[in-house]
Design a protein. Structure first.
Length: 98
């Protein structure tokens, strides 16, 4: 299932990761693990925020995919199922057939 991940990093923890040089490695590891179709980095709610769109096949993947955010960045994480335009078109088409 296409999933939007929003991770707001803890400011103090992220500051330390930037200072000690581990932030780039952590982000690279997360991106390699998730293989997102889109990745955006911004500020939301006053803090560093990462927005990733990736395929989560099973909910049992959540611990392996998310623990770096919790353990390394003390992040607040949200997962939301999302659709792209093709998915929406297909879903609306199913409504008209059903």
């Amino acid at each position: 299932m296409r999933t939007l991940l929003r991770a707001r990093l803890d400011t103090h923890t992220a500051n330390e990761a930037v200072r000690n040089g581990t932030m780039a490695d952590t982000v690279r590891d997360i991106l390699e693990r998730l293989q997102p179709e889109a990745a955006y980095f911004t500020c939301m709610d006053g803090g560093r925020t990462c927005l990733l769109v990736f395929d989560m096949r099973e909910s049992s993947q959540m611990p392996a995919l998310l623990e770096r955010f919790f353990l390394d960045m003390e992040a607040e994480v949200e997962l939301l199922p999302v659709m792209n335009a093709d998915d929406l078109r297909e879903g609306l088409g199913a409504l008209s057939r059903g």
